[in-house]
Design a protein. Structure first.
Length: 313
């Protein structure tokens, strides 16, 4: 299925939507539906392992921190001047999930070749009813229609991406049921995130110091050791795995002897964790540069602690 080209009227509307969203102003319910319909058509044509060309800038969790997303674009450059790959978790926790995810989807429709957006474990009906996105949609629109449009769309988001067939990118981590990229390509992704199984693992798993696969403290997915990362990368001809999903205080962490890179792009997570954020720039030769950044300035923000919280979804 190939997505239709945009008409000049579509482009004018999308540019107007983007201008409005960049000011942190929500679209109307019908405008959100329009964006979702067009985005669904594009995303349905993309692979479970979506091929991405370098140069590209890779970004981790955003979690509704809209003003920090604006800071990210200041650091990394605006679309369409910079190509971006986002690793999921656009919603929940932060105060502006509606504006954040609507903007990214509108940018995807406007600049489809320049922006790749993957699914995170929070792009789910069940999780968003617990961690804030459902309530935010209801509060801002007076009904759950926008939540339904967006969560229906989430089913179409690609699960993973691969940059120049060398850097494997996803939200969570590896699965004992998946040894090759072809096995990932064969999954049926157009569904709610299951509670278990390979699709669940890709969005929920975490790297660990212990070898092999282990039970995850999250209650979904697995932990996986350096032996698993090395085997997967070797078998699939990869340089490294880039993933998000875990708060890292410096915004960036290399583990498993640099076989796995964790990226977190929500600075001062939940407006209280005191962490830095980071994005990774890959040039056309796949050389990587880490760009850390601080939260966008906010008036009257409370003092934050530097203590790492025990556990985050």
């Amino acid at each position: 299925m190939s997505a239709q080209r945009l008409s000049q009227g579509d482009i004018d509307n999308l540019d107007r939507y983007i201008e409005q969203l960049m000011k942190c102003n929500i679209l109307s319910e019908s405008e959100v539906k329009n964006v979702c319909d067009k985005a669904k058509e594009i995303l349905a044509s993309e692979s479970n392992v979506q091929l991405v060309r370098a140069p590209v800038t890779i970004c981790g969790d955003i979690h509704g921190q809209f003003h920090d997303l604006m800071e990210l674009f200041k650091i990394g450059g605006r679309l369409p001047d910079t190509n971006y790959l986002f690793l999921g978790d656009y919603v929940d926790r932060g105060y502006y999930s509606v504006e954040t995810v609507t903007l990214l989807l509108t940018l995807k429709v406007r600049y489809r070749e320049r922006l790749t957006i993957l699914r995170g474990n929070h792009e789910s009906r069940q999780i968003t009813q617990v961690y804030g996105f459902y309530d935010e949609c209801y509060r801002k629109y007076g009904n759950a229609n926008v939540w339904k449009y967006l969560t229906d769309l989430f089913d179409f988001l690609p699960l993973t991406a691969i940059v120049e067939n060398k850097i494997f990118c996803l939200h969570g981590g590896l699965s004992p049921a998946l040894e090759t990229l072809d096995q990932i390509r064969a999954l049926n992704r157009v569904q709610e995130v299951p509670h278990e199984g390979p699709m669940c693992d890709l969005l929920w798993s975490d790297p660990d110091d212990r070898s092999g696969f282990g039970v995850s403290p999250r209650g979904a997915g697995f932990t996986f050791g350096q032996d698993i990362s090395e085997q997967f990368n070797h078998r699939n001809g990869l340089k490294f795995i880039a993933r998000a999903h875990q708060l890292v205080m410096e915004g960036y962490s290399a583990t498993h002897d640099k076989n796995v890179i964790t990226l977190f792009s929500a600075p001062n997570y939940c407006y209280r964790c005191g962490n830095q954020a980071a994005i990774i720039e890959l040039d056309e030769h796949l050389n990587s540069t880490c760009l850390p950044f601080e939260p966008a300035p906010r008036r009257g923000e409370a003092h934050v602690t530097k203590k790492t919280p025990d556990y985050f979804l």
